[in-house]
Each structure stands twice: as structure tokens, then as C-alpha cells.
Design a protein around this ligand. Structure first.
Ligand code: IVH
Length: 685
């Protein structure tokens, strides 16, 4: 689609045209993943549109692609009644059940119908069901599934999902007309990689992370402030046309419906297949084969859905209870398992946050024996009504720690016990406190040995001081033996005594000692990261240390001074200030300095590279072709540039790699230039 230069005096026509172009190019970019124009060209179109809309408020319109994020914060969600009940799916767990389903269908169909019988096979996406309404081509309403009859209206939040077309058809296809009314069903979800990255960044920033991609999608879409949703890397697949009135082509089958939705500009997953009844063996093979490669897909899948293709036959087959007879969910074995919850114990983390963990009757899940799983927090257990002694469904997804999904309440005997959060820390006996408004509960004792073990584990970890051969085992042992009572003791270990411990031979101790010694010379921002101050991850630590010559200086920094640093908000500034207002923490830094740990920032003279990026601020996102994230940051800083963790109007460039998410969208919105790794190298000379 090209930018036909319209007479500029006809502002209204120009605005309409630009909207169409922007929609189309967003579709190429977000849905097809196949842009036709460069980011700069896109930015030019987008910025022109924003400027025209600003200069001509009378032309502003809700369905402009510039208003994905509205300014209003809701205080609750309205309810929407679905046009038809949102059905669920019956399950099959093996090939026999799949074949039995086919036989049941055939018994209900005439011979003539059996001959025309065909199926569509689709991934079963693991996200949050959404129902999207379009009137005359405009997206007018979006809702969650809710109880199947009523859902929550989350239109403003759904508008922020880049893949969701706000106006259909997308592009300038003259052969296509939007149906007068269209209601579609789909799944909002997050890619696995984006999910992991988001959680990692949240944890680094000391903020809450999500248990799985599904909770992430649900949590992100149920925000009352849609600007928060806008910052989440949400995606969408559309998989069902619920109501189509006045379509420009006849739609007789599900397959035709999918093709039509795709043509209109909806994101329809390419991993969908059609099989005739004659090809049922091939269908079964496909289901098995898909199960084998589901972990390689970028999105999370918890099974596969098989649907009868003909809409007339679907209608005829109808449903039993809440499940349509014409569709079946095939769940892959090993994804979920059922076992007994023997006990709930709590773990203390380095910040003192306590996490309830499930002690499980050992069970095989996807080839691995699972004995424990996370239960997240007090509310999770209460909301799901999980009781000790329950049979529970557990799940192991990819590399993620197994989790308890739900109790099987129908199997209760009455002997199950309700669990409550203990009042005192099982390790040190200090009170456990849950601050108002927080999901987490904390052990209030800073000297709690378990907190110390976790703090040491974090300190010596790869992203912090990176001490090889020092892990959780050593942290536990040295804390237990009393060698470590604060982090600085890591540099004052009684090596002679350690030599007498079982398993600590001369060679091993020498290596460990050398690794500890070597860590003294890490850049100071590593040490700042290693302290584990809330909200201070590696990016924040680097940013802060660009402004202070040593940790001893940082210790005395005022909140106002800290929050003036670009990329450091008031929350981070407060947190740093609070940490250093505690005397034992100040003492700790002095001890590090005495032990010879580097507390000074690198001298400017150490920078050998030409300072070609001086005065510029960069944000790096996505996977770059050759640099790791850390290397890219180091490269930028070595050339005098600054690095920030979030895109703002002050960002000079966003450096993007593969699978860039919300930061890219933000940059485009703000008109921040977007470059790739190669362009970054060129810029640096
Ligand atoms: S069809 C009557 N197709 O799975 C048709 N559902 O238990 C029902 N889901 O919450 C839905 N991927 O949101 C269908 N390709 C797919 C799906 C899918 C995921 C979800 C759906 C629902 C659950 C059904």
C-alpha cells in the first residue's frame, strides 16, 4: 500500500488516508511480521498523523490508530452479556479417545454428511479468552469470557493490543467489505520469550512477577489503567467467528471463516490444518507430531483443538451441557498431572519475602519427577481453596518451576485441612508481616539466617559478583557454620577451617579462594547490583554508577539528587536512599572497601574507545544478532553513551533485535528513532 500524496489542503482526506496507511503498516508489522516499509518511514507517517490530529481537534476520532491508549482510568469493569454462551470444550487424553469421538460424531450424522465430514485442527492457545465486537468494521467492544454468559468489558485495554485491528478490513482491498456486524472469539496471550523477559525484568526491579503466561495475560488485561496494559507485550490469535452479519463472501465452514477473518486483517494462527474424514489417520499423526514440537513454538499451547468444519453440521450436532459435540480438546500427556498435596511449607527469600511451597507425593510430569511446586502466596492458596491432603492438578511448563493449578475438589474426603500463613518465621521465629496492599508476606528479621543465605546466593550469582564455585550449597554451609553473618564476611572467610570440612580439599578451596579474590575487581555497578537493593537490578545499578565516583559517595546521595538521573524514578531513588540510611548497610560498604573490593567507579581514562556516543541515551530491546544485552550496554558505555531501561521522550535511540516487544511500540509512539545492532556500531564509528 502506498502513500498517494493527496492534496495537503484537504486535511480530512489526508487524515483518513494516513489512518488507513498506519493501520495497514501496523498490520504488516504486528500481524504478518513482515513490514513493507522501514521504521523511519512508518514513524514519518505516524508522526504526520499525530501532528494533523493535534492541529485539527475536530478530526480526532476514537478509531484512529493513534488512540490505542485512552486517558481514562476505570474504577471497575462493566459487564457485557455475550451474544451466545461461551462454550467450553470436552477433553481427550489419548488417541483412542480421539477416535471414539469421531465414531460418536458419525453415528449422529447421515451417510451423506459423513462423506462430506472434515475437521480443522488448531493449537489450543493458553491465554485469556476474549470476545471482540465490530460494528460496520469498527472495533466497538471487547470482553473477557467471564462465566460464559457475562464477561467483563475490557475494551480500552484490548485496544492497546497491537495485533487487534481497530478497523477492518485492514488495507485497501476493494474486494472485501467489513461485515455489518461481526463478533469473534480469540485468545490474548504472551509469547514465552516475552513472558520470561518481562518476569526477569520485574524480578530485577523488585516487582511482582507472574506465575505463567496465562496469569500474565489475565493480569495485564484486567488493569483498570489501560496505559499499564499498553506496556505489556500482549498478542492475540482469533479462532472463531461467533456472529457474522452481512459478510461479502458466503461462509459455510469454519475453515472459510478463518480465511475470511485472516483476509479482514485478524491475526489467525498459521498452525491450523484441515483434514477430511478419510484423512483421519493423518490427523491423528499430526496431533502426535504437533505435541512433539509444541515446546518449540513461540507461544504456549496446552493441547490441540479439533473441530468439525461444516457450520451446518456443527449446528446439527449441538452441545451437551457446556461442551459442543462438534469440538474436542486433545490434552498432551505430561503437561498436567494429578498428585496429593502432602504439606505446605514456606521458603524465605533474600528480601525476606516468604513463599508457600507445595510438598507433593512424587509424580512423573513430562519425564521428570516432581516433588514440590510453588503456591506463590497466601491469596493464591485461599482463592483456589487449596487444602493440605487435596488431590491437586499440577503443571510443568517448559523450564518453569512446576506449579499447583487447582485442587480436585470432587475428590475430597473431608480429611483435608485448610492452611493458614504461619505467624512466625519457621527459620528464625521472628514475626511474619504482610504489608497492606501487598500480596507477599515478609519475615521482619533482617538477620534471619535464611534471608542471609539467599542474599549470599544472590551476591555471588552470575549477574552480580559472579564467584565461580560459590552457590547455594556454599551459602548454606558458611552461614550455618557462622562464617558468614553479613555479606562482607564473604571476603573474610576462614580458609584454614574450610579446609577441614568434608568435601573441601586443597584444590577446591584454592579455586574458591581465587574466585572470591578475583571478584574484588568487578566493576562497581556489579557490587551495587549484588547488594540486592529493591528495584536496583543491573541496568539501574549501571545507570546510577555513571553519576557517582564511588559507592561511598552514593551512600550520601539525597533522594532528589538520585531521582534527577535519567531512568531513575522516585521509587528507585527512595529505595536506594532507604537502604543507605540503615547504619549496618553503610558499615557493610566500608567493610567491602577495607577488604579491597572495588567501590570506586572506573576512571574516565580507562575508556579507550572514542566517545562517539556521548550525550546520547540508548535503550536496548529484543535479541541482538551478536551482542548479548550486557555486551551491548558495555559497548554503548565504552563509547560514552548512556543506557536506560525504559523508553522515554529523552531516549535518543532504541536498539532493537529480534522479538522486540512493548518497548518498540512505545518508541514508535514517542517517535524515538529505532536502529539495529549494525546501525549502532556504525553510529559508534
Ligand atoms: S474453540 C465451542 N479453539 O480453550 C468452541 N478454544 O475449554 C470453544 N482455546 O477457554 C472454543 N485455543 O478460550 C477453541 N483454537 C481454539 C482454542 C480455544 C484455546 C480455549 C478457549 C476456552 C478453552 C476451551
Amino acid at each position: 500500500m502506498t502513500d498517494k500524496a493527496l492534496p495537503t489542503q484537504d486535511v480530512s482526506a489526508r487524515v483518513q488516508h494516513l489512518r488507513q496507511l498506519v493501520r495497514y503498516h501496523q498490520y504488516r508489522y504486528y500481524v504478518l511480521d513482515h513490514p513493507e516499509i522501514s521504521d523511519q518511514e512508518f514513524d514519518a507517517l505516524f508522526n504526520e498523523l499525530v501532528a494533523l490530529e493535534e492541529a485539527h481537534p475536530e478530526l480526532r476520532s476514537e478509531d484512529s490508530p493513534t488512540v490505542r491508549v485512552g486517558g481514562v482510568v476505570a474504577d471497575r469493569f462493566e459487564k457485557t452479556r455475550h451474544p451466545a454462551p461461551m462454550l467450553s470444550l470436552a477433553n481427550a487424553f489419548d488417541d483412542d479417545e480421539l477416535r471414539a469421538w469421531r465414531e460418536r460424531l458419525k453415528r449422529l450424522l447421515s451417510v451423506e454428511e459423513q462423506q462430506r465430514l472434515a475437521y480443522v485442527v488448531e493449537p489450543k492457545f493458553d491465554g485469556l479468552t476474549v470476545v471482540l465486537h465490530y460494528e460496520g468494521g469498527a472495533f466497538t467492544l471487547g470482553a473477557t469470557r467471564g462465566d460464559g454468559e457475562y464477561g467483563e468489558t475490557i475494551t480500552a485495554n484490548l485496544r492497546t493490543v497491537r495485533r487487534l485491528p481497530l478497523q477492518i478490513p485492514v488495507g485497501d482491498r476493494d474486494d472485501l467489505r467489513a461485515p455489518a456486524r461481526l463478533v469473534v472469539r480469540g485468545e490474548a496471550y504472551v509469547d514465552k520469550a516475552d513472558f520470561e523477559r518481562f518476569n526477569r525484568e520485574q524480578v530485577e526491579a523488585g516487582e511482582r512477577s507472574y506465575a505463567n503466561p496465562r496469569n500474565f495475560a489475565a493480569g495485564s488485561l484486567r488493569q483498570l489503567d489501560s496505559s499499564i496494559t499498553a506496556g505489556r507485550p500482549l498478542k492475540l490469535w482469533v479462532y472463531q467467528a461467533l456472529i457474522v452479519e452481512g459478510a461479502s463472501t458466503p461462509i459455510r465452514s469454519h475453515w472459510e471463516a478463518l480465511a475470511h477473518l485472516r483476509a479482514l486483517g485478524f491475526p489467525v494462527c498459521p498452525d491450523m490444518r484441515r483434514f477430511t474424514d478419510d484423512e483421519f489417520d493423518a490427523l491423528v499423526t499430526y496431533v502426535g507430531e504437533f505435541g512433539g514440537r509444541r515446546h518449540d513454538l513461540p507461544y504456549e499451547v496446552d493441547g490441540i483443538v479439533i473441530k468439525v468444519d461444516s457450520l451446518a453440521m456443527q449446528e446439527e450436532l449441538g452441545f451437551t451441557g457446556k461442551d459442543p459435540r462438534w469440538a474436542l480438546a486433545y490434552k498432551y500427556a505430561g503437561v498436567e498431572a494429578v498428585t496429593t498435596l502432602l504439606d505446605i511449607v514456606i521458603n524465605v527469600g533474600r528480601t525476606g519475602a516468604v513463599t508457600p511451597n507445595a510438598v507433593l507425593e512424587p509424580v512423573q510430569v513430562g519425564g521428570v519427577t516432581v516433588k514440590s511446586a510453588t503456591l506463590h502466596n497466601e491469596d493464591y492458596i485461599r482463592d483456589l481453596d487449596i487444602r493440605i491432603g487435596d488431590k491437586v492438578a499440577i503443571k510443568r511448563a517448559g523450564e518453569v518451576i512446576p506449579k499447583v493449578l487447582r485442587p480436585l475438589t470432587e475428590l475430597r474426603t473431608g480429611a483435608e485441612r485448610i492452611w493458614t500463613m504461619p505467624e512466625t518465621c519457621p527459620v528464625c521465629g521472628a514475626p511474619l508481616v504482610r504489608p497492606p496492599g501487598e500480596a507477599a508476606t515478609y519475615c521482619v528479621n533482617n538477620a534471619c539466617p535464611e534471608q542471609l543465605v539467599r542474599a549470599v546466593e544472590y551476591f555471588v550469582g552470575r549477574h552480580a559478583m559472579d564467584i565461580a564455585g560459590f552457590g547455594i550449597k556454599q551459602a548454606e554451609l558458611f552461614v550455618e557454620k557462622g562464617y558468614i553473618t553479613n555479606l562482607a564476611d564473604i571476603y573474610d572467610l576462614p580458609w584454614d577451617e574450610i579446609l577441614t570440612l568434608e568435601g573441601y580439599g586443597e584444590k577446591r578451596v584454592e579455586n574458591l579462594r581465587a574466585a572470591v579474590e578475583a571478584s574484588k575487581d568487578r566493576p562497581v555497578d556489579r557490587l551495587l547490583t549484588a547488594l540486592g537493593i529493591r528495584f536496583v537490578g543491573s541496568v539501574v545499578a549501571e545507570t546510577v554508577m555513571q553519576h557517582y565516583s564511588s559507592l561511598l559517595d552514593l551512600m550520601d546521595a539525597k533522594v532528589e539528587e538520585l531521582s534527577e538521573i535519567e531512568g531513575i524514578g522516585p521509587k528507585i531513588a527512595e529505595s536506594i536512599h532507604e537502604y543507605f540510611s540503615i547504619e549496618p548497610n553503610r558499615e557493610l560498604i566500608r567493610k567491602f572497601a577495607e577488604a579491597g573490593v572495588r567501590v570506586q567507579a572506573a576512571q574516565a581514562s580507562e575508556a579507550a574507545a572514542p566517545q562517539t556516543l556521548a550525550g546520547m541515551t540508548f535503550v536496548v530491546t529484543g535479541t541482538l544478532p551478536t551482542f548479548s544485552r550486557d555486551e551491548a550496554h558495555a559497548f554503548i558505555k565504552a563509547h560514552g553513551g548512556k543506557v536506560s531501561g525504559s523508553v522515554s521522550a529523552k531516549t535518543s535511540y532504541l536498539v532493537v533485535g529480534e522479538a522486540a516487544g512493548s518497548k518498540l511500540a512505545k518508541a514508535q509512539q514517542l517517535g524515538v528513532p529505532v536502529i539495529d545492532e549494525e546501525a549502532l556500531r556504525k553510529l559508534a564509528g
